[in-house]
Ligand binder design. Structure first.
Ligand code: UDP
Length: 491
Protein backbone atom coordinates (compact mmCIF):
# COMPACT_ATOMS: atom_id res chain seq x y z
CA UNK A 1 0.00 0.00 0.00
CA UNK A 2 1.15 3.47 -0.69
CA UNK A 3 2.21 5.43 2.37
CA UNK A 4 1.11 8.90 1.26
CA UNK A 5 -1.98 9.61 3.31
CA UNK A 6 -3.86 11.85 0.93
CA UNK A 7 -3.00 10.64 -2.53
CA UNK A 8 -6.60 9.76 -3.25
CA UNK A 9 -8.21 13.09 -2.45
CA UNK A 10 -7.77 16.27 -0.57
CA UNK A 11 -7.00 16.04 3.13
CA UNK A 12 -8.81 17.47 6.08
CA UNK A 13 -6.80 19.37 8.68
CA UNK A 14 -5.68 16.15 10.44
CA UNK A 15 -4.04 14.58 7.40
CA UNK A 16 -7.00 12.24 6.84
CA UNK A 17 -8.08 11.93 3.20
CA UNK A 18 -11.47 13.59 2.67
CA UNK A 19 -12.84 11.13 0.14
CA UNK A 20 -14.79 8.26 1.67
CA UNK A 21 -12.80 5.04 1.68
CA UNK A 22 -13.80 1.37 1.91
CA UNK A 23 -11.62 -1.58 2.94
CA UNK A 24 -12.46 -4.86 1.20
CA UNK A 25 -11.19 -8.27 2.28
CA UNK A 26 -10.78 -10.60 -0.70
CA UNK A 27 -10.65 -14.27 0.19
CA UNK A 28 -8.38 -16.29 -2.13
CA UNK A 29 -9.25 -16.88 -5.78
CA UNK A 30 -9.55 -14.79 -8.93
CA UNK A 31 -13.29 -15.54 -8.88
CA UNK A 32 -13.50 -13.51 -5.65
CA UNK A 33 -11.01 -10.79 -6.59
CA UNK A 34 -12.47 -9.91 -10.00
CA UNK A 35 -16.01 -8.96 -8.83
CA UNK A 36 -14.75 -7.13 -5.72
CA UNK A 37 -12.36 -5.11 -7.87
CA UNK A 38 -15.30 -4.37 -10.13
CA UNK A 39 -17.33 -3.19 -7.13
CA UNK A 40 -14.41 -0.93 -6.17
CA UNK A 41 -14.37 0.52 -9.71
CA UNK A 42 -18.09 1.28 -9.55
CA UNK A 43 -17.72 2.91 -6.13
CA UNK A 44 -15.02 5.19 -7.53
CA UNK A 45 -17.53 6.74 -9.95
CA UNK A 46 -18.66 10.24 -9.10
CA UNK A 47 -22.32 9.22 -8.71
CA UNK A 48 -21.29 6.97 -5.82
CA UNK A 49 -19.32 9.74 -4.11
CA UNK A 50 -15.96 8.84 -5.67
CA UNK A 51 -15.34 6.28 -2.93
CA UNK A 52 -11.75 4.99 -2.91
CA UNK A 53 -10.92 1.44 -1.85
CA UNK A 54 -8.22 -0.79 -0.42
CA UNK A 55 -8.38 -4.40 -1.57
CA UNK A 56 -6.91 -6.62 1.16
CA UNK A 57 -5.60 -9.92 -0.17
CA UNK A 58 -3.74 -12.86 1.37
CA UNK A 59 -0.08 -13.68 0.87
CA UNK A 60 -1.10 -17.22 -0.10
CA UNK A 61 -2.69 -15.95 -3.32
CA UNK A 62 0.15 -13.76 -4.49
CA UNK A 63 0.27 -15.49 -7.90
CA UNK A 64 1.59 -13.72 -11.00
CA UNK A 65 -1.97 -13.67 -12.38
CA UNK A 66 -3.23 -11.89 -9.27
CA UNK A 67 -0.28 -9.49 -9.04
CA UNK A 68 -0.71 -8.36 -12.63
CA UNK A 69 -4.44 -7.97 -12.15
CA UNK A 70 -3.97 -5.77 -9.07
CA UNK A 71 -1.33 -3.68 -10.81
CA UNK A 72 -3.75 -2.97 -13.65
CA UNK A 73 -6.42 -1.39 -11.41
CA UNK A 74 -7.08 2.37 -11.46
CA UNK A 75 -5.41 4.61 -8.87
CA UNK A 76 -8.59 4.92 -6.76
CA UNK A 77 -8.02 1.28 -5.79
CA UNK A 78 -5.03 0.34 -3.65
CA UNK A 79 -4.09 -3.13 -2.58
CA UNK A 80 -2.29 -4.62 0.37
CA UNK A 81 -1.54 -8.20 1.31
CA UNK A 82 -1.97 -9.68 4.80
CA UNK A 83 1.10 -11.52 6.13
CA UNK A 84 1.05 -15.33 5.84
CA UNK A 85 -0.48 -17.34 8.69
CA UNK A 86 0.57 -20.83 9.72
CA UNK A 87 -1.85 -23.44 8.34
CA UNK A 88 0.55 -26.38 8.71
CA UNK A 89 -1.65 -28.03 11.35
CA UNK A 90 -4.49 -28.48 8.83
CA UNK A 91 -4.77 -31.96 7.31
CA UNK A 92 -3.18 -32.09 3.86
CA UNK A 93 -6.56 -32.99 2.36
CA UNK A 94 -8.36 -30.05 4.03
CA UNK A 95 -10.97 -28.62 1.63
CA UNK A 96 -10.23 -25.31 -0.03
CA UNK A 97 -13.21 -23.74 1.79
CA UNK A 98 -11.67 -24.84 5.12
CA UNK A 99 -8.28 -23.39 4.18
CA UNK A 100 -9.78 -20.06 3.16
CA UNK A 101 -11.96 -19.83 6.27
CA UNK A 102 -9.07 -20.75 8.61
CA UNK A 103 -6.74 -18.33 6.89
CA UNK A 104 -9.25 -15.55 7.26
CA UNK A 105 -10.07 -16.32 10.92
CA UNK A 106 -6.37 -16.60 11.86
CA UNK A 107 -5.63 -13.29 10.16
CA UNK A 108 -7.99 -11.36 12.45
CA UNK A 109 -5.19 -9.77 14.57
CA UNK A 110 -3.20 -8.53 11.57
CA UNK A 111 -6.39 -7.36 9.87
CA UNK A 112 -7.44 -5.42 12.99
CA UNK A 113 -4.05 -3.71 13.04
CA UNK A 114 -4.22 -2.94 9.34
CA UNK A 115 -7.73 -1.46 9.53
CA UNK A 116 -6.76 0.63 12.57
CA UNK A 117 -3.77 2.02 10.66
CA UNK A 118 -5.88 2.67 7.58
CA UNK A 119 -8.40 4.63 9.65
CA UNK A 120 -5.68 7.09 10.67
CA UNK A 121 -5.05 8.19 7.07
CA UNK A 122 -8.35 7.51 5.32
CA UNK A 123 -11.97 8.42 5.94
CA UNK A 124 -12.80 4.74 6.39
CA UNK A 125 -16.59 4.51 6.07
CA UNK A 126 -17.13 0.77 5.64
CA UNK A 127 -15.56 -2.65 5.69
CA UNK A 128 -16.60 -5.23 3.08
CA UNK A 129 -15.86 -8.95 3.44
CA UNK A 130 -16.67 -11.63 0.90
CA UNK A 131 -18.30 -15.02 1.41
CA UNK A 132 -15.54 -16.79 3.39
CA UNK A 133 -14.48 -13.66 5.26
CA UNK A 134 -17.35 -13.06 7.68
CA UNK A 135 -15.06 -13.69 10.69
CA UNK A 136 -13.29 -10.51 9.70
CA UNK A 137 -16.32 -8.51 10.88
CA UNK A 138 -14.79 -8.90 14.38
CA UNK A 139 -11.63 -7.17 13.18
CA UNK A 140 -13.67 -4.33 11.67
CA UNK A 141 -15.57 -3.89 14.91
CA UNK A 142 -12.36 -3.91 16.95
CA UNK A 143 -10.82 -1.35 14.62
CA UNK A 144 -13.87 0.90 15.02
CA UNK A 145 -15.04 0.80 11.37
CA UNK A 146 -18.58 2.18 11.29
CA UNK A 147 -20.27 -0.20 8.79
CA UNK A 148 -19.86 -3.90 8.03
CA UNK A 149 -21.01 -5.27 4.71
CA UNK A 150 -20.99 -8.75 3.17
CA UNK A 151 -20.29 -8.96 -0.55
CA UNK A 152 -21.66 -12.24 -1.85
CA UNK A 153 -19.99 -12.87 -5.23
CA UNK A 154 -22.34 -15.64 -6.26
CA UNK A 155 -26.13 -15.71 -6.56
CA UNK A 156 -29.29 -15.26 -4.50
CA UNK A 157 -29.96 -19.01 -4.54
CA UNK A 158 -26.62 -19.75 -2.86
CA UNK A 159 -27.13 -16.89 -0.40
CA UNK A 160 -30.60 -18.19 0.50
CA UNK A 161 -29.11 -21.62 1.15
CA UNK A 162 -26.37 -20.27 3.42
CA UNK A 163 -28.76 -18.03 5.34
CA UNK A 164 -31.00 -21.08 5.95
CA UNK A 165 -28.11 -23.42 6.67
CA UNK A 166 -28.10 -23.08 10.46
CA UNK A 167 -31.81 -24.13 10.42
CA UNK A 168 -31.25 -26.90 7.87
CA UNK A 169 -28.36 -28.16 10.00
CA UNK A 170 -30.68 -28.41 12.99
CA UNK A 171 -33.55 -30.06 11.11
CA UNK A 172 -32.01 -32.38 8.49
CA UNK A 173 -30.28 -35.26 10.28
CA UNK A 174 -28.58 -37.13 7.39
CA UNK A 175 -26.54 -36.12 4.35
CA UNK A 176 -28.07 -33.87 1.69
CA UNK A 177 -27.20 -36.37 -1.04
CA UNK A 178 -29.46 -38.99 0.62
CA UNK A 179 -32.56 -36.79 0.68
CA UNK A 180 -35.49 -38.26 -1.25
CA UNK A 181 -36.81 -34.82 -2.25
CA UNK A 182 -34.97 -31.76 -3.58
CA UNK A 183 -34.24 -28.98 -1.11
CA UNK A 184 -36.90 -26.28 -1.62
CA UNK A 185 -36.11 -22.85 -0.18
CA UNK A 186 -38.14 -19.62 -0.49
CA UNK A 187 -38.12 -18.34 -4.07
CA UNK A 188 -35.55 -20.91 -5.20
CA UNK A 189 -35.55 -23.64 -7.83
CA UNK A 190 -35.65 -26.91 -5.81
CA UNK A 191 -32.14 -28.38 -5.74
CA UNK A 192 -31.60 -32.16 -5.59
CA UNK A 193 -29.47 -33.05 -2.54
CA UNK A 194 -26.54 -34.30 -4.64
CA UNK A 195 -26.36 -30.92 -6.41
CA UNK A 196 -26.28 -28.86 -3.21
CA UNK A 197 -23.10 -26.84 -2.57
CA UNK A 198 -20.06 -29.20 -2.61
CA UNK A 199 -18.69 -28.32 0.88
CA UNK A 200 -22.06 -29.34 2.39
CA UNK A 201 -21.90 -32.86 0.97
CA UNK A 202 -20.16 -34.50 3.93
CA UNK A 203 -21.27 -33.29 7.35
CA UNK A 204 -18.31 -34.92 9.11
CA UNK A 205 -15.92 -32.57 7.28
CA UNK A 206 -14.63 -29.31 8.73
CA UNK A 207 -15.76 -27.40 5.62
CA UNK A 208 -19.39 -28.26 6.40
CA UNK A 209 -19.12 -26.77 9.90
CA UNK A 210 -17.38 -23.73 8.49
CA UNK A 211 -20.24 -23.11 6.07
CA UNK A 212 -22.82 -23.35 8.88
CA UNK A 213 -20.68 -20.91 10.86
CA UNK A 214 -20.54 -18.48 7.91
CA UNK A 215 -24.33 -18.69 7.50
CA UNK A 216 -24.70 -17.56 11.11
CA UNK A 217 -22.03 -14.92 10.86
CA UNK A 218 -23.55 -13.31 7.74
CA UNK A 219 -26.24 -11.86 10.02
CA UNK A 220 -23.49 -9.85 11.68
CA UNK A 221 -23.32 -7.67 8.56
CA UNK A 222 -25.45 -4.54 8.30
CA UNK A 223 -25.94 -4.99 4.59
CA UNK A 224 -25.52 -7.83 2.09
CA UNK A 225 -24.57 -7.00 -1.49
CA UNK A 226 -25.11 -9.80 -4.02
CA UNK A 227 -23.64 -10.08 -7.49
CA UNK A 228 -26.88 -11.05 -9.16
CA UNK A 229 -29.95 -9.38 -10.66
CA UNK A 230 -33.69 -9.79 -10.39
CA UNK A 231 -34.40 -11.02 -13.93
CA UNK A 232 -32.21 -14.08 -13.53
CA UNK A 233 -33.71 -15.20 -10.20
CA UNK A 234 -36.84 -13.09 -9.65
CA UNK A 235 -38.55 -15.21 -6.99
CA UNK A 236 -35.42 -15.53 -4.86
CA UNK A 237 -34.95 -11.75 -5.10
CA UNK A 238 -38.56 -11.15 -4.00
CA UNK A 239 -38.21 -13.56 -1.07
CA UNK A 240 -34.98 -11.96 0.15
CA UNK A 241 -36.37 -8.46 -0.28
CA UNK A 242 -39.09 -9.32 2.22
CA UNK A 243 -37.66 -8.07 5.56
CA UNK A 244 -36.92 -10.72 8.17
CA UNK A 245 -35.91 -9.91 11.77
CA UNK A 246 -32.21 -10.60 12.35
CA UNK A 247 -31.39 -10.80 8.65
CA UNK A 248 -29.54 -7.86 7.06
CA UNK A 249 -31.19 -6.20 4.03
CA UNK A 250 -30.10 -7.79 0.75
CA UNK A 251 -29.20 -5.67 -2.32
CA UNK A 252 -28.71 -7.32 -5.73
CA UNK A 253 -26.13 -5.05 -7.39
CA UNK A 254 -25.08 -7.24 -10.31
CA UNK A 255 -24.08 -8.24 -12.79
CA UNK A 256 -20.62 -6.88 -11.94
CA UNK A 257 -18.22 -8.37 -14.45
CA UNK A 258 -14.74 -7.54 -15.66
CA UNK A 259 -15.04 -4.34 -17.65
CA UNK A 260 -13.09 -3.61 -20.77
CA UNK A 261 -11.64 -0.17 -19.98
CA UNK A 262 -9.04 -1.59 -17.63
CA UNK A 263 -9.52 -5.14 -18.82
CA UNK A 264 -7.56 -7.25 -16.39
CA UNK A 265 -7.34 -10.08 -18.83
CA UNK A 266 -5.24 -7.85 -21.03
CA UNK A 267 -2.52 -8.07 -18.45
CA UNK A 268 -3.15 -11.45 -16.89
CA UNK A 269 -1.63 -13.40 -19.72
CA UNK A 270 1.42 -12.95 -21.89
CA UNK A 271 0.73 -11.06 -25.14
CA UNK A 272 1.19 -13.88 -27.65
CA UNK A 273 -1.54 -16.32 -26.51
CA UNK A 274 -3.87 -13.40 -25.88
CA UNK A 275 -3.33 -12.01 -29.34
CA UNK A 276 -3.56 -15.53 -30.76
CA UNK A 277 -7.07 -15.98 -29.29
CA UNK A 278 -8.39 -12.72 -30.65
CA UNK A 279 -6.68 -13.06 -34.05
CA UNK A 280 -8.08 -16.54 -34.41
CA UNK A 281 -11.60 -15.42 -33.44
CA UNK A 282 -11.38 -12.55 -35.94
CA UNK A 283 -11.05 -15.16 -38.69
CA UNK A 284 -14.13 -17.23 -37.66
CA UNK A 285 -17.72 -16.74 -38.87
CA UNK A 286 -20.24 -15.00 -36.63
CA UNK A 287 -21.57 -17.05 -33.68
CA UNK A 288 -19.72 -20.16 -34.88
CA UNK A 289 -17.37 -20.81 -31.95
CA UNK A 290 -18.06 -22.54 -28.65
CA UNK A 291 -15.75 -21.23 -25.93
CA UNK A 292 -14.76 -23.95 -23.45
CA UNK A 293 -13.41 -22.95 -20.05
CA UNK A 294 -13.64 -24.23 -16.49
CA UNK A 295 -12.91 -21.03 -14.61
CA UNK A 296 -9.77 -19.83 -12.95
CA UNK A 297 -8.83 -23.19 -11.50
CA UNK A 298 -10.98 -26.01 -12.83
CA UNK A 299 -9.51 -29.07 -14.54
CA UNK A 300 -11.10 -32.32 -15.73
CA UNK A 301 -10.12 -35.90 -14.99
CA UNK A 302 -8.19 -37.45 -17.93
CA UNK A 303 -11.14 -39.54 -19.08
CA UNK A 304 -13.51 -36.56 -19.25
CA UNK A 305 -10.87 -34.45 -20.96
CA UNK A 306 -10.56 -37.06 -23.72
CA UNK A 307 -14.34 -37.41 -24.12
CA UNK A 308 -14.71 -33.64 -24.28
CA UNK A 309 -12.08 -33.44 -27.03
CA UNK A 310 -13.83 -36.16 -29.04
CA UNK A 311 -17.27 -34.66 -28.31
CA UNK A 312 -16.18 -31.24 -29.57
CA UNK A 313 -14.80 -32.86 -32.70
CA UNK A 314 -18.05 -34.83 -33.25
CA UNK A 315 -20.19 -31.73 -32.71
CA UNK A 316 -18.82 -30.21 -35.91
CA UNK A 317 -18.65 -26.81 -34.18
CA UNK A 318 -15.62 -24.57 -34.02
CA UNK A 319 -14.13 -24.29 -30.54
CA UNK A 320 -11.69 -22.30 -28.42
CA UNK A 321 -10.70 -24.40 -25.41
CA UNK A 322 -8.70 -23.28 -22.34
CA UNK A 323 -6.90 -26.52 -21.52
CA UNK A 324 -5.26 -27.51 -18.24
CA UNK A 325 -3.55 -30.76 -17.36
CA UNK A 326 -6.03 -33.26 -15.89
CA UNK A 327 -7.16 -33.15 -12.28
CA UNK A 328 -6.19 -36.78 -11.61
CA UNK A 329 -2.62 -35.76 -12.51
CA UNK A 330 -2.66 -32.60 -10.40
CA UNK A 331 -4.52 -33.96 -7.40
CA UNK A 332 -7.95 -32.33 -7.41
CA UNK A 333 -10.54 -30.78 -9.73
CA UNK A 334 -9.60 -27.38 -8.32
CA UNK A 335 -5.84 -27.97 -8.03
CA UNK A 336 -5.10 -24.75 -9.94
CA UNK A 337 -7.39 -22.68 -7.76
CA UNK A 338 -4.72 -20.37 -6.34
CA UNK A 339 -2.66 -19.74 -9.44
CA UNK A 340 -4.65 -20.78 -12.56
CA UNK A 341 -1.49 -22.18 -14.15
CA UNK A 342 -1.66 -25.63 -15.68
CA UNK A 343 0.75 -27.91 -13.83
CA UNK A 344 1.92 -30.02 -16.75
CA UNK A 345 1.76 -29.77 -20.53
CA UNK A 346 -1.98 -30.33 -21.08
CA UNK A 347 -1.71 -31.22 -24.75
CA UNK A 348 -0.07 -34.53 -23.94
CA UNK A 349 -3.35 -35.81 -22.44
CA UNK A 350 -5.52 -35.22 -25.49
CA UNK A 351 -6.57 -38.12 -27.75
CA UNK A 352 -4.02 -39.13 -30.34
CA UNK A 353 -4.27 -37.12 -33.54
CA UNK A 354 -6.90 -34.74 -32.08
CA UNK A 355 -4.82 -31.58 -32.37
CA UNK A 356 -3.87 -32.31 -35.99
CA UNK A 357 -7.40 -33.34 -37.02
CA UNK A 358 -9.05 -30.23 -35.53
CA UNK A 359 -6.44 -27.60 -36.36
CA UNK A 360 -8.70 -25.90 -38.92
CA UNK A 361 -11.67 -25.57 -36.54
CA UNK A 362 -10.25 -25.45 -33.04
CA UNK A 363 -7.83 -23.39 -30.96
CA UNK A 364 -6.36 -24.75 -27.73
CA UNK A 365 -4.98 -22.28 -25.18
CA UNK A 366 -3.11 -23.46 -22.09
CA UNK A 367 -4.22 -22.15 -18.65
CA UNK A 368 -5.88 -18.81 -19.34
CA UNK A 369 -7.74 -16.89 -22.03
CA UNK A 370 -9.06 -13.30 -22.05
CA UNK A 371 -12.52 -14.65 -21.21
CA UNK A 372 -14.62 -11.49 -21.26
CA UNK A 373 -13.11 -10.46 -24.57
CA UNK A 374 -13.74 -13.90 -26.01
CA UNK A 375 -17.36 -13.83 -24.83
CA UNK A 376 -17.80 -10.34 -26.27
CA UNK A 377 -16.43 -11.37 -29.68
CA UNK A 378 -18.99 -11.72 -32.47
CA UNK A 379 -17.60 -15.12 -33.48
CA UNK A 380 -18.51 -16.65 -30.10
CA UNK A 381 -21.87 -18.41 -30.18
CA UNK A 382 -21.81 -20.62 -27.10
CA UNK A 383 -19.96 -21.18 -23.82
CA UNK A 384 -19.28 -24.58 -22.32
CA UNK A 385 -18.76 -23.51 -18.73
CA UNK A 386 -18.19 -24.96 -15.26
CA UNK A 387 -20.97 -22.55 -14.11
CA UNK A 388 -18.78 -20.48 -11.81
CA UNK A 389 -20.98 -17.49 -11.14
CA UNK A 390 -18.65 -14.90 -12.69
CA UNK A 391 -18.53 -16.94 -15.87
CA UNK A 392 -22.32 -17.22 -15.91
CA UNK A 393 -22.77 -13.46 -15.50
CA UNK A 394 -20.16 -12.72 -18.16
CA UNK A 395 -22.00 -15.05 -20.52
CA UNK A 396 -25.36 -13.40 -19.83
CA UNK A 397 -24.01 -9.86 -20.20
CA UNK A 398 -22.60 -10.81 -23.61
CA UNK A 399 -25.70 -12.76 -24.63
CA UNK A 400 -23.93 -16.13 -24.99
CA UNK A 401 -26.01 -19.30 -24.37
CA UNK A 402 -24.41 -21.92 -22.14
CA UNK A 403 -23.59 -25.61 -21.97
CA UNK A 404 -23.39 -26.46 -18.25
CA UNK A 405 -20.59 -28.76 -17.05
CA UNK A 406 -20.33 -28.06 -13.31
CA UNK A 407 -17.35 -29.24 -11.25
CA UNK A 408 -17.18 -28.05 -7.64
CA UNK A 409 -18.19 -25.31 -5.14
CA UNK A 410 -21.76 -24.12 -5.89
CA UNK A 411 -21.47 -24.95 -9.59
CA UNK A 412 -23.82 -27.96 -9.57
CA UNK A 413 -26.62 -25.97 -7.99
CA UNK A 414 -25.94 -23.11 -10.40
CA UNK A 415 -26.33 -25.64 -13.23
CA UNK A 416 -29.71 -26.80 -11.85
CA UNK A 417 -30.90 -23.23 -11.54
CA UNK A 418 -29.71 -22.27 -15.04
CA UNK A 419 -31.11 -25.32 -16.80
CA UNK A 420 -34.30 -26.07 -14.86
CA UNK A 421 -35.16 -22.60 -13.58
CA UNK A 422 -33.82 -19.86 -15.81
CA UNK A 423 -33.57 -21.78 -19.09
CA UNK A 424 -30.26 -20.18 -20.06
CA UNK A 425 -28.25 -23.40 -20.42
CA UNK A 426 -28.41 -27.09 -21.29
CA UNK A 427 -26.53 -29.44 -18.98
CA UNK A 428 -24.17 -32.19 -20.13
CA UNK A 429 -25.48 -35.47 -18.69
CA UNK A 430 -23.70 -36.99 -15.67
CA UNK A 431 -22.07 -39.75 -17.77
CA UNK A 432 -19.70 -37.69 -19.88
CA UNK A 433 -19.66 -39.62 -23.17
CA UNK A 434 -18.50 -37.97 -26.40
CA UNK A 435 -21.82 -38.52 -28.23
CA UNK A 436 -23.84 -36.81 -25.49
CA UNK A 437 -21.36 -33.94 -25.30
CA UNK A 438 -21.60 -33.47 -29.08
CA UNK A 439 -25.42 -33.44 -28.97
CA UNK A 440 -25.61 -30.81 -26.22
CA UNK A 441 -22.97 -28.57 -27.81
CA UNK A 442 -24.76 -28.72 -31.18
CA UNK A 443 -28.14 -28.04 -29.57
CA UNK A 444 -26.95 -24.89 -27.80
CA UNK A 445 -25.12 -23.60 -30.87
CA UNK A 446 -27.60 -24.34 -33.66
CA UNK A 447 -30.50 -26.49 -32.31
CA UNK A 448 -34.03 -25.49 -33.26
CA UNK A 449 -35.78 -26.85 -30.15
CA UNK A 450 -34.37 -26.39 -26.67
CA UNK A 451 -31.30 -24.67 -28.10
CA UNK A 452 -33.36 -21.93 -29.75
CA UNK A 453 -35.31 -21.38 -26.51
CA UNK A 454 -32.07 -21.05 -24.54
CA UNK A 455 -30.65 -18.58 -27.05
CA UNK A 456 -33.86 -16.46 -26.85
CA UNK A 457 -33.81 -16.49 -23.04
CA UNK A 458 -30.19 -15.42 -22.91
CA UNK A 459 -30.88 -12.55 -25.32
CA UNK A 460 -33.72 -11.39 -23.03
CA UNK A 461 -31.54 -11.61 -19.91
CA UNK A 462 -28.75 -9.70 -21.64
CA UNK A 463 -31.09 -6.74 -22.22
CA UNK A 464 -32.31 -6.82 -18.61
CA UNK A 465 -28.79 -7.13 -17.17
CA UNK A 466 -27.60 -4.09 -19.10
CA UNK A 467 -30.72 -2.06 -18.21
CA UNK A 468 -30.11 -2.67 -14.49
CA UNK A 469 -26.58 -1.28 -14.71
CA UNK A 470 -27.56 2.00 -16.37
CA UNK A 471 -28.00 5.15 -14.27
CA UNK A 472 -31.38 4.75 -12.61
CA UNK A 473 -31.36 0.97 -13.25
CA UNK A 474 -32.04 -1.47 -10.42
CA UNK A 475 -28.41 -2.42 -9.70
CA UNK A 476 -27.11 1.13 -9.79
CA UNK A 477 -29.95 2.44 -7.62
CA UNK A 478 -29.38 -0.34 -5.07
CA UNK A 479 -25.70 0.59 -4.81
CA UNK A 480 -26.63 4.29 -4.57
CA UNK A 481 -28.81 3.48 -1.57
CA UNK A 482 -26.06 1.55 0.23
CA UNK A 483 -23.36 4.14 -0.44
CA UNK A 484 -25.63 6.96 0.73
CA UNK A 485 -25.80 5.20 4.11
CA UNK A 486 -22.02 4.76 4.22
CA UNK A 487 -21.25 8.36 3.48
CA UNK A 488 -24.06 9.82 5.53
CA UNK A 489 -26.20 11.17 2.69
CA UNK A 490 -29.22 9.00 3.34
CA UNK A 491 -32.43 10.49 1.98
N1 UDP B 1 -11.14 -16.23 -16.29
C1 UDP B 1 -10.46 -15.66 -17.36
N2 UDP B 1 -9.76 -16.49 -18.18
C2 UDP B 1 -9.72 -17.84 -18.00
C3 UDP B 1 -10.43 -18.41 -16.92
C4 UDP B 1 -11.13 -17.57 -16.09
O1 UDP B 1 -10.46 -14.44 -17.57
O2 UDP B 1 -9.08 -18.52 -18.80
C5 UDP B 1 -11.90 -15.33 -15.41
C6 UDP B 1 -13.36 -15.34 -15.80
O3 UDP B 1 -13.62 -14.37 -16.79
C7 UDP B 1 -14.05 -15.07 -14.47
C8 UDP B 1 -13.11 -15.69 -13.43
O4 UDP B 1 -11.85 -15.82 -14.07
O5 UDP B 1 -14.14 -13.67 -14.25
C9 UDP B 1 -13.58 -17.05 -12.97
O6 UDP B 1 -14.61 -16.90 -12.05
P1 UDP B 1 -15.78 -17.95 -11.90
O7 UDP B 1 -16.67 -17.49 -10.81
O8 UDP B 1 -16.44 -18.18 -13.21
O9 UDP B 1 -15.10 -19.31 -11.54
P2 UDP B 1 -14.01 -19.74 -10.44
O10 UDP B 1 -12.70 -19.39 -11.01
O11 UDP B 1 -14.32 -18.99 -9.17
O12 UDP B 1 -14.22 -21.20 -10.33
Amino acid sequence: MENGACNNGSCNGNGVAARPHVAMLVTPGMGHLIPLAELAKRLARARHGGVTSTLITFASTASPTQREFLASLPSAIESVSLPPVDLSDLPSDAAIETRMSEECARSTPSLTALLSRLATTRRLVAFVADLFGADAFDAARDAGVARRCLFFPTNLHALTLLLHLPDLDATIPGEFRDLAEPVALPGCVPIPGKDILAPLQDKSKACYRWMVHHGEKYCDAETILVNSFDAVEPDAAAALRHPKPGRPPVFPIGPLIQTHEEDASVTTMPPSPRAACMDWLDRQPEKSVVFVSFGSGGALPTEHMRELALGLEMSGQRFLWVVRSPSDEDGEVNANYYDAETKKNPFGYLPEGFVERTKEVGLLVPSWAPQTKVLAHKATGGFLTHCGWNSVLESLVHGVPMVAWPLYAEQRQNAVMLTEGVGAAIRVPEAKGKEKIAVVVREVMVGEGRGAAVRDKVAELQKKALAGLRDGGAATSALDEVVAKWIGEEK
